[in-house]
Design a protein. Structure first.
Length: 150
């Protein structure tokens, strides 16, 4: 169970991830944002860049993990928390697992391509997952994006 202080931190960092998602939206990207926090310090912020970079692997989580590893000087992010606006896909879940991120916090679920359906064991075995943080805001951003595309 998450205590009130942790819940407030989670909401603050998820809002930062949402800010990143809005930057993605402004750039014509699928609006997903991610933030990596280490010991209450933001070490990376990122959003989807798949269109900008013409790279299907340029998801927000992948960008945030790479930036955090560069900032911290190592590939293992064992003291970090990843905040992401939408449930990670299988590819991102694998990267999160390889980076040994011990805590993952996401906003909206992805019932079609989320890791829980396709790769439920991709994270490190001791990883803790908190879902549903600012879920309504995260879901609404995605729904509005795809509604506008149709």
């Amino acid at each position: 169970m998450i205590n009130e202080e942790q819940q407030k931190k989670d909401e603050r960092y998820m809002q930062m991830a949402l800010d990143e998602a809005h930057l993605a939206l402004e750039a014509g990207e699928i609006p997903i944002g991610a933030v990596v926090v280490c010991k209450d310090r933001v070490v990376s912020r990122a959003h989807n860049l798949t269109e900008t970079l013409c790279d299907v692997t340029a998801h927000a989580e992948m960008q945030a993990i790479t930036a955090a590893a560069n900032t911290l000087g190592g590939k293992y992010l064992t003291e970090c928390t990843l905040y992401v606006t939408v449930e990670p896909c299988t590819m991102c879940a694998g990267a999160i697992g390889w980076a040994q991120i011990p805590r993952i916090v996401y906003g909206a679920p992805d019932d079609k391509r989320g890791y829980h359906l396709l790769a439920p064991h991709a994270f490190h075995p001791k990883a803790q997952v908190t879902q549903g943080v600012l879920e309504d805001e995260c879901r609404e951003l995605m729904q509005n994006f795809f509604k506008a595309k149709r």
